[in-house]
Design a protein around this ligand. Structure first.
Ligand SMILES: *Cc1c(COP(=O)(O)O)cnc(C)c1O
Length: 369
C-alpha cells in the first residue's frame, strides 16, 4: 500500500488475483498457443512491477513493453522472462538490449541492420522479433518485403524468435479488415517459415478465426477490459476506484454548480462533492450535462456527475442516494461500473481510463487469494 487511504482523496484497489485469473482464462482460451502479457504503460496503469510479478507467478513467461526503460524495470523483477520491446530498437541501444536480455521488435531495415551488425560484432545471434505491418501503417515491414527479408543476410545474423503483426479492429469482428489481415499474415508466414508467429491481442483471441498461432499478446483483457464489447465481459474486474464524499449540500432549482455554471439544477437537488478530479485522471471530458457523462455509485445508487469536473473535485447529484453523507464512498470504477462504460461516458475508451489512473490515489494491492 502506498499512502494511507485517509491521506488521499480516493483509493484505487488493484486485484492481482483477478489479474492472474484473467491471464489463466485467456491462456486456456488460446491453448495450445502460449499466452504472453502486454504490460506496457505501467501495465496499463496498474503498476508494472506488481503486475509482472503476479503474472509470472501465474505462469506467464513472455512479456511485451513499449520502451526499453519499461523493460529494464521489468527485468529487475523477472530475471528469467522473455521481454519484447514493442517500439523497437532505438539507434545505439544494442548493447543495452543485449546486457539486459531484451528482445527488440524489429520493424524496419535500419533496425534489422543495426541488430544484425551488433550480432556479427559479438559473434552471437541475439533474439529479436520481426514485425510485419498488415494494415495499421504504423510500425513494421510491409508484407511484400517478406521475400527480401528471407533472402537478406541480416536475417541469418540474428535469431528471429517471433514473427508478429497487429490487428487493426479485432474488437469489431464484423469488419472485413480482420480477415484481410489474417490472410496477409498467412502469406507472410508462408514465406518466413519456422519463426513462431503472433497476431492476436486481447480481442483477437476471441475472433471466430482463432488467429492464435504460436503466441497471443493480450493486454486490455488482463486488466478487466472487455475483449468482446458486443457481449458481456468474460473478464474479472481488476481495478476498483472509490472517492470520498467531503461535503453534501441542498440546492434549489435554478442554482448552478461548478465552473462556468454549465449545470443548472432542474429542481431541488442534493449534491455531494467528491475528492477526485481531472488531476487524478478522472477525465474532464466526462462532464456532460445530459446524463451521458460520468457517473458514480453511492450506496449502490447510480448518481450522475453534474457540472464541470474540476482539478481536484467532482460534484455528484446524489438526490437518488438520499442517505449519502460526508465520509461515504462513491464508486467510480467497480461494482458493475466497468472501465469500458467509464470510458464511453468520458468520450474515450477504457484503455485510456486505465492508463490515466492517477498517481495521487492511495493504492491497495490485493494479492492472490
Ligand atoms: C498494446 C498491444 C497489444 C495488446 O493489445 P490489447 O488490445 O490491449 O490486448 C498487443 N500487441 C501490440 C503490438 C500492442 O501494441
Amino acid at each position: 500500500m502506498s499512502g494511507a487511504p485517509d491521506a488521499a482523496g480516493a483509493t484505487l484497489t488493484i486485484d492481482l488475483g483477478a489479474l492472474a485469473a484473467n491471464w489463466r482464462l485467456l491462456r486456456d482460451r488460446a491453448a495450445p498457443a502460449e499466452c504472453a502479457a502486454v504490460v506496457k504503460a505501467d501495465a496499463y496503469g496498474i503498476g508494472l512491477e506488481q503486475a509482472g510479478r503476479a503474472l509470472a507467478r501465474a505462469g506467464c513467461l513472455t512479456f511485451f513493453v513499449a520502451h526499453p526503460g519499461e523493460a529494464i524495470r521489468l527485468r529487475a523483477e523477472l530475471p528469467e522472462a522473455a521481454i519484447y520491446v514493442l517500439n523497437g530498437l532505438p539507434s545505439g541501444a544494442e548493447q543495452l538490449f543485449a546486457a539486459q536480455g531484451l528482445r527488440p521488435i524489429l520493424g524496419s531495415w535500419p533496425e534489422l541492420r543495426d541488430w544484425a551488425a551488433f550480432c556479427r560484432s559479438e559473434n552471437r545471434r541475439h533474439p529479436a522479433a520481426l514485425h510485419v505491418d498488415t494494415g495499421m501503417n504504423r510500425l513494421g515491414f510491409r508484407p511484400e518485403e517478406a521475400a527480401r527479408l528471407v533472402a537478406d543476410d541480416a536475417l541469418g545474423a540474428i535469431e528471429p524468435t517471433l514473427l508478429m503483426s497487429h490487428l487493426v479492429a479485432a474488437e469489431e469482428p464484423v469488419r472485413d479488415v480482420n480477415a484481410r489481415q489474417i490472410r496477409a499474415f498467412d502469406v507472410v508466414r508462408a514465406t518466413l517459415t519456422d519463426i513462431p508467429a503472433s497476431l492476436a491481442n486481447s480481442a483477437g483471441i476471441f475472433l471466430p478465426q482463432r488467429p492464435h498461432h504460436a503466441l497471443v499478446r493480450p493486454g486490455y483483457a488482463l486488466y478487466g477490459g472487455n475483449p468482446t464489447p458486443w457481449t458481456a465481459n468474460p473478464m474479472r474486474p481488476v481495478v476498483r476506484l472509490e472517492a470520498r464524499i467531503i461535503q453534501v449540500r441542498e440546492v434549489e432549482g435554478g442554482e448552478t454548480a461548478g465552473y462556468n455554471a454549465r449545470w443548472t439544477a432542474p429542481g431541488p437537488r442534493r449534491l455531494a462533492t467528491l475528492s477526485v478530479g481531472y488531476a487524478d485522471g478522472f477525465l474532464r471530458s466526462g462532464s456532460a450535462a445530459d446524463g451521458t457523462g460520468a457517473a458514480a455509485l453511492v450506496a449502490g445508487h447510480p448518481c450522475p456527475v453534474v457540472g464541470t469536473i474540476s482539478m481536484d473535485l467532482t460534484i455528484l447529484d446524489v438526490t437518488d442516494a438520499p442517505r449519502a453523507e460526508r465520509g461515504d464512498a462513491a464508486v467510480l470504477i467497480g461494482d458493475g461500473l466497468e472501465i469500458d462504460e467509464v470510458g464511453r461516458r468520458a468520450g474515450t475508451i477504457g484503455y485510456e481510463i486505465l492508463t490515466s489512473l492517477g498517481r495521487r490515489y492511495a493504492r491497495r494491492y490485493l494479492d492472490e487469494a
